[in-house]
Design a protein around this ligand. Structure first.
Ligand code: GTP
Ligand code: MG
Length: 267
């Protein structure tokens, strides 16, 4: 008999979290039922489902608690954080507020899970959802990835509509859950040391997202040639692609060079 067959079946509890309408239910439906519904049907309180999967030669019974994101359901969902081993943390890439709310979802979970140290035993998967809506996207992959990395969480770009990234997400989640079980519940956070600083991330964001060249260099309109060069040098040190391994630094460096050239030319 295959020795793997002797491995014990495990049971895990997975929850979904994130603002209303970000696509939590659709991600779960896409994985479990392989289909997508475009009409929005808000979850009322909690939806519950069970599925059986295989990961790392083990059978895993997954109890999924799909939470409602709307604040009015707080009293219902707060009961369900306890004993969680896996969490999908979902935001909508076309809605910045849903991305900015991720910290408050973590805070709510920490408050409700019982013992805050239980948070260490949860495998978190951040889902940047609705990536099919490319022209409406306002939170780019770099920003999402940086947030997930800074917390040591997995990061996935997903589309419940097209199915992109969904299998990869669940495979990684289940693999992480089995690994944690085999390590006595200990969850390995991924790459918590970023290798780059908050100042570098902010510089990249400013260069990529600003609406004009003055803002890109952090200057007020009409700043002098000296000020332009000083700002340029400051950013160049932060961003030079030879030194900076932060994702997006190369592109930001190119933006920096052309912003400086344009500002000096127009003087
Ligand atoms: P609550 O249950 O209210 O917390 O919302 P939810 O996060 O479960 O959202 P739900 O899955 O119901 O999806 C909300 C809306 O977004 C629906 O109209 C979906 O069809 C749509 N939607 C979900 N995922 C995607 C996606 O990947 N792409 C696109 N284009 N639409 C999506
Ligand atoms: Mg829902």
């Amino acid at each position: 008999m295959d020795k793997n067959r002797l491995k014990k079946t495990i049971r895990v509890k997975v929850i979904s979290m994130g603002n209303a309408e970000t696509g939590k239910s659709c991600i779960i439906k896409r994985y479990c039922e392989k289909r997508f519904v475009s009409k929005y049907l808000s979850t009322i309180g909690i939806d519950y489902g069970v599925t059986k999967v295989h990961a790392k030669d083990r059978e895993v019974k997954v109890n999924i608690f799909d939470m409602a994101g709307h604040p009015i359901f707080y009293e219902v969902r707060n009961e369900f954080y306890k004993d969680t081993q896996g969490a999908l943390l979902v935001y909508d890439v076309t809605n910045r507020a849903s991305f900015e709310a991720l910290d408050s979802w973590i805070a709510e979970m920490k408050r409700e899970i019982g013992d805050p140290s239980d948070m260490e035993r949860v495998v978190f998967c951040v889902c940047a959802n609705k990536v099919d809506k490319t022209s409406q996207r306002v939170v780019d992959d770099f920003e999402g990835h940086a947030w997930a990395n800074s917390n040591g969480f997995h990061y996935f770009e997903t589309s419940a509509a097209s199915g992109n990234g969904i299998n990869e997400l669940f495979e990684k989640l289940f693999e992480g859950l089995v690994t944690a079980y085999e390590n006595g519940g200990k969850v390995e956070r991924i790459n918590t040391t970023l290798g780059y600083t908050k100042e570098q991330i902010d510089a990249i964001q400013r260069l990529k997202n600003s609406t004009d060249d003055w803002k890109r260099l952090g200057l007020l309109p009409g700043a002098s040639k000296d000020e332009i060069n000083k700002a340029y040098r400051k950013y160049a040190v932060l961003l030079h692609p030879d030194k900076n391994i932060a994702p997006g630094s190369e592109e930001a460096f190119k933006i920096l060079v052309s912003a400086r050239t344009a500002l000096l030319k127009n003087r």
